[in-house]
Design a protein. Structure first.
Lengths: 114, 114
């Protein structure tokens, strides 16, 4: 069975400083991995996805993530945090065996301090 | 509409009552999903439709939960004999069905069972 573990339930950074949200995955085959973001009172939105092409994936709003098979990690980063980045972030692994059944991590709440 | 629409946005009911939650997907999207998000958790898969048929209902917790999509567009999630443990945000998502892994989520229906 596939799973993801988000190592921090809450991350707090100052505006303009780097963001690192950590995710480790477990999968019995080559996974597809995603990061979704959930702003308050908004629907979940896809930030970026990895599907076995380039290991460094760029997403929207300046976010990127690197797939590291040797470390079974897919950490999300951004060089400089903005106040609008405050949200809940979910690391997700996909089962592509006939259905797009996404398996979500428990989420990391990102707070940006002015 | 432009996005996935879910109604009601908020539903309060009493234990033992019957509840229906509605999802209107993005026009033209053949795949439709239901997820459940409990407080402080990531969304959990319930059921997936491809067209009118349920392709995967392995996430439905028990036989009190049922979902339909009779014309391949709008879907209804039905919960019988509600219990306090059913309280959660029920999320609907749709996709083009092309296995891209990108799901478009609605804002959810928050169900509270008293």
């Amino acid at each position: 069975a596939q799973s993801v573990t988000q190592l921090d339930s809450h991350v707090s950074v100052s505006e303009g400083t780097p963001v690192l949200l950590r995710c480790n995955y477990s999968s019995s085959y080559s996974p597809s991995l995603f990061w979704y973001v959930q702003h308050p009172n908004k629907g979940l939105q896809l930030l970026l996805k990895y599907t076995s092409a380039a290991t460094l994936v760029k997403g929207i709003n300046g976010f990127e993530a690197e797939f590291k098979k040797s470390e079974t990690s897919f950490h999300l980063t951004k060089p400089s945090a903005h106040m609008s980045d405050a949200a809940e972030y979910f690391c997700v692994v996909s089962d592509f065996k006939g259905a797009q059944k996404l398996v979500f991590g428990q989420g990391t709440r990102l707070t940006i301090n002015p | 509409g432009a996005g996935v629409s879910q109604t009601p946005s908020n539903k309060v009911t009493e234990k033992g009552k019957y509840v229906e939650l509605r999802c209107d997907p993005i026009s033209g999207h053949t795949a439709l999903y239901w997820y459940r998000q409990s407080l402080g958790q990531g969304p959990e898969f319930l059921i997936y439709f491809q067209g009118t048929g349920a392709a995967d209902d392995s996430g439905l917790p028990n036989d009190r939960f049922f979902a339909v999509r009779p014309e391949g567009s709008v879907s209804t999630l039905k919960i019988q004999r509600t219990e306090r443990g059913d309280s959660a945000v029920y999320l609907c998502a749709s996709s083009s069905g092309l296995n891209t892994g990108e799901l478009f989520f609605g804002e959810g229906s928050r169900l509270t069972v008293l």
